[in-house]
Every structure is written in C-alpha cells, then in structure tokens.
Design a protein around this ligand. Structure first.
Ligand SMILES: [Cu+2]
Length: 468
C-alpha cells in the first residue's frame, strides 16, 4: 500500500474518530432498516431527505461556502446548500420556513427555503455583511453591513432592503423582544459602542460607549436584560436596557463569544473560546451553574424550542456539539464541514430517546475482503480511461457506489470550489486534499467492497465495488 506522503494531515486522530462515529451512525441506520445506499442517496436529494417531524438545524460553514443542514433526530448532516463566499450571519424565521444567510465576501443575504433546502432569493445589502437579527414576527431582518458602515433593514415580504442606518463597523445585532429597539455591536476602532436603534424611526437614538470591542449580544426573552461579550474580557456583561447600565458581570472561561438564552428564559448560555466550553448560567443569580466541554473555538449557540437541547458550533474542530442543557452533558458530536460559525434550529423538538449517544464504538475489521488495492496514486489532470470516473460535486460522490472490474483505475475529480478528499475507510488510500478542478486516482486490483469518505466532510461517504 502506497500512501500519498504529501498530505500528512489526513492521518489526524480526529479523522479516525470521525470514522468510528460514521460506523456507529451506520449501525443505527441499519437498525432502522435503511440500506446504506439510501443513506448516501439522502445526501444528494435534499427534498426527500427531511425526516418528518424532526427539526433541522442550519450551520454556516465559513470556509466551505455552504450551509450544512442537520437532522436533529438522527444528529447527522442531511445535505449542504452552496451559498456565496463566507457565510457569516444566520437567522431563521419564527415559523422555521426561511433561513437568511449573509455572505461576508459577496455583499448578499441568501434566503433559503427550509422545505426544499434551496436558495430562493438573494438580496444585495452592501459590502461584507456580518451578523443578522430577526424580529419575533419575522417581518424584519437586520443586517450588520460591516464593510459599508451601516445596518440594512430587510422587509421579508418584499425580500428587499427598505432602510439603511449608519453605524460604524457593525458586527452583531440583537432586537428587543417587543421589536422596537435594536442594539448593534459596533467595532469601529476608537469608537466601540452598542449603538441603539429605534426601528420605527429607523435611526440611532442612543449609545453605550465601550472601552473594549463588543463581540456578540442577545436579549433575555422578557427583554429585561441584554447580555453581551467583549474582546479582552472574560465575563458576560449584563446590561439593563431601561437605564443602559451594566448591572452585573458574570465571570466565565477565557474569551467568551456568543451569549444566548433558552426560549423560556430558564437558562443563559455562553461559549468560551479559550477552554472550548459551554457555560450554563442562572439568569436570576447571574452565576454559572455548570459547564460542558465542547470542541475547539466554539462560536455560536442554538437551542431546541423547549430549551432542553443546545447546539454549539466548534469553528476549530469542524463539528457541532449537542448538549443536554439541564444535565450539562454532551449528547452527540456531529462532523459538519469546515469552520462552522453560526447555527440556527427550527422550532419543534426531536425525540430525546432518538438522540445519538456520544459513546464511541471500537474500531472494526476491514470490510468484505481485507485486501488493500494496489494504490497507484497520482494527481494528474482529470479523466483517465473513463470507466472509473467519480465526480465530487455539491458535497457528494457520484456515482455512489461505483462498480468496476479488477485492475480499473478510479479517478476522482473535484468539481466543487473547495477541497475534498477520497480516503479509504481503513486508510487503504488517502488522497489528502484534492483541490478544485484536480483529480486523484487509485487502481483497484483485488475484488472487494471499499468504503471511503471525505475526511474534511465525513458525512460524504461512498463505496467502490470491485467485481470480476
Ligand atoms: Cu469534502
């Protein structure tokens, strides 16, 4: 077996853990009576993939230029939706039917229909849009247009910008539960502030000057408190919006980022990027009542409607951690793609007994025939003899499975705009990152069934069947 030595990163233990997870998930799928081929098929057919009744979570993959869709009952990625460069802000309508995603590098907000998981509209908002906020009725989306120095107001019936309010380097936004006021984290150098906007008058009406750069902010469901975080402060700031005064500071782990409340207000939550943990806060006493270790560089939080289950994106470990909020326990870790930042979840609730347990299954024996293929590895330009061509597109391998005769050279060609890998389940071969527009080949000499995946996006799974 010849390994491709130019890509040492793919022997990372994370990838092996991801494999064990996939095996575990696969066994659950088998228990449910579904063929493995159907599992692969659901990745390619988003409309058919939705599991009835299970809310879906949407995750912006900052480096993949896509939004991943998670089935919160099975805790796995159903599909990914390509959107323009650098998905940054993400919000969901209160009815769960629309997701709005800003593209940092593209000056647009994409509108996704959650019934088809496709982009149905694209709204030009100005340069480098960052965070989004939506009001409780879903009639209004605010966009922090960082590069243009303004907040854009989108009317969600017309899907167009109806007002622009100047704010220096706006990053994230929180709208008060009564819908009248928005607080904007303005990161303008030397003039950092929380800009207070009157949404009826469509202008700034106040400011909370800051000596540190604000990061993220959120209102408590009753509107009585605004939590926000600051770069260089290891405490959540608690602001009374009536007086615009900080009334408490809640010490948490280093570098806190997104503060969040469960919908009924029972718990506050915040992720700390230093230790990689989620802290659970008692809003009444302004104290941390427990912490849960999540992944590296946790970024954002979403929760189920009843507040039982929290979802945390781990930008540094390319995963989402599912947390039982009351028990402060990890329920599952879902590999999702590269640099997940924002996350939202549809209303409703996934049955708890269906949640995938975090326990890892032991490594299993290689599939069917254990013999490795002769791996004559090359990265020549696309299209060899044609009979073994696999296209990598829209985060899927096609065809899957592919059936070839012994001695066939299988050619994987990456038609996506981001790198993928072709990696044998037991590492019989490993392409390392296959760059966009390039190919990778493996010659299969021995009959057998070879399962493989992309180590960057472990939900991308397929099979090579070698039959005389
Ligand atoms: Cu991939």
């Amino acid at each position: 077996m010849k390994h491709n030595a130019s890509h040492p990163n793919t022997s990372h233990p994370d990838a092996r853990r991801a494999w064990r997870r996939l095996k575990h998930l696969a066994s659950l799928v088998a228990v449910a009576g579904l063929a493995a081929t159907m599992w692969a098929g659901t990745i390619q057919t988003p409309a058919a993939a939705a599991v009835r009744g299970a809310p879906k979570a949407y995750v912006g993959l900052f480096n993949d230029n896509a939004v991943a869709v998670i089935d919160t009952r099975a805790n796995r990625v159903l599909t990914t939706i390509p959107i323009p460069a650098g998905p940054h802000g993400l919000v969901i309508s209160p009815d769960g039917l629309r997701v709005y995603a800003s593209s940092d590098g593209d000056s647009t907000v994409s509108v996704i229909s959650t019934s088809t998981d496709r982009v149905v509209s694209r709204i030009d908002v100005g340069k480098a849009p960052h965070g989004l906020a939506i009001n409780r009725s879903g009639s209004l989306v605010l966009v922090a247009v960082f590069g243009a120095g303004r907040v854009a107001m989108i009317d969600t019936v017309r899907n167009e910008v109806v007002a622009r309010i100047p704010v220096g380097n706006p990053h994230n936004i929180a709208i008060s539960p009564d819908g009248r006021t928005a607080y904007v984290a303005s990161q303008q150098p030397g003039a950092a502030q929380l800009a207070i906007l009157d949404l009826a008058a469509r202008r700034q009406v106040g400011t909370v000057p800051l000596d540190k750069t604000p990061r993220a902010l959120t209102f408590s469901p009753d509107g009585a408190a605004l939590y926000y975080t600051l770069a260089g402060s290891d405490a959540v700031q608690v602001l009374d919006p009536k007086q615009n005064r900080v009334v408490a500071q809640i010490p948490v782990g280093a570098s806190p980022h997104h503060p969040f409340f469960t919908a009924n207000g029972a718990y506050g939550l915040v992720v700390s990027q230093g230790p990689g943990e989620l802290a659970v806060i008692s809003p009444g006493t302004h104290t941390v009542i427990g912490t849960v270790t999540v992944g590296r560089l946790p970024h954002w939080i979403a929760a189920s409607s009843n507040g039982d289950t929290a979802y945390v994106t781990n930008e540094g470990s390319n995963s989402v951690t599912v947390v039982d909020v009351e028990k402060q326990r990890v329920l599952a870790t879902i590999p999702v793609g590269t640099a997940p930042r924002k996350i939202v979840v549809q209303p409703g609730h996934a049955a708890k007994d269906a949640a995938v347990a975090p326990a890892e299954t032991p490594a299993q024996a290689p599939p069917v025939t254990a013999s490795a293929p002769g791996a004559a590895v090359s990265t020549a330009p696309a299209m060899a003899d044609g009979s073994g061509a696999v296209r990598i597109q829209n985060f899927a391998f096609t065809p899957a499975p592919i059936t070839v005769t012994p001695g066939t050279t299988v050619v994987w060609t990456n038609a996506d705009a981001i790198p993928h890998t072709s990696t044998g389940r037991d590492r019989q071969w490993d392409s390392g990152p296959i760059q966009p527009g390039t190919s990778f080949t493996v010659t299969f000499d021995k009959a057998g069934t070879y399962t493989y995946a992309c180590t960057i996006h472990p939900f991308m799974q397929a099979t090579v069947i070698v039959k005389p």
